[in-house]
Design a protein around this ligand. Structure first.
Ligand code: HEC
Length: 112
């Protein structure tokens, strides 16, 4: 088998290898940003800029030190709501399980 063929195969595989390396390197700590992507939260939110909804850092700052904030936000993530940040409502996210919502809320509150 000519060496050139192998080099070509490696080049073809490179994007796949890079992708798996990226996932392996991110590990469990990145699970919540990935979950936020998968659940389309990032269509309306970013970590540090207001888009349709408030930035997650603003949310974290607003609720810093408040007891029960994670549960309150988890419920709002699932059911949606309006009036805390303005007149634009967050629609309900019924595909997000309560456990996922809690994870997302805790991740958001941990941002600084
Ligand atoms: C269609 C746009 C949209 C999507 C999708 C969306 N949000 Fe929101 N989100 C908003 C808006 C708008 C608000 C502000 C609501 C308000 O003022 O009460 C908000 C508010 C929030 C808040 C703050 C709630 C509060 O009461 O202070 C959190 C936390 C949040 N979103 C998390 C999420 C998560 C997690 C997801 C994904 C499961 C998500 N959002 C998906 C638009 C969206």
């Amino acid at each position: 088998m000519p060496a050139g063929w192998i080099a070509k195969e490696i080049m073809n595989l490179r994007p796949v290898l890079l992708l798996s390396a990226a996932f392996a390197a991110s590990g469990p700590l990145q699970a919540n940003p990935q979950l936020a992507q998968q659940r389309a939260c990032m269509a309306c939110h970013t970590v540090d800029k207001k888009v349709v909804g408030p930035s997650y850092k603003d949310v974290a700052a607003k609720y810093a030190g408040q007891a029960g904030a994670a549960d309150k936000l988890a419920e709002k993530i699932v059911k949606g709501g309006v009036g805390v940040w303005g007149a634009v409502p967050m629609p309900a996210n019924p595909k997000v399980s309560p456990a996922e919502a809690k994870q997302l809320a805790e991740w958001i509150l941990s941002l600084k």
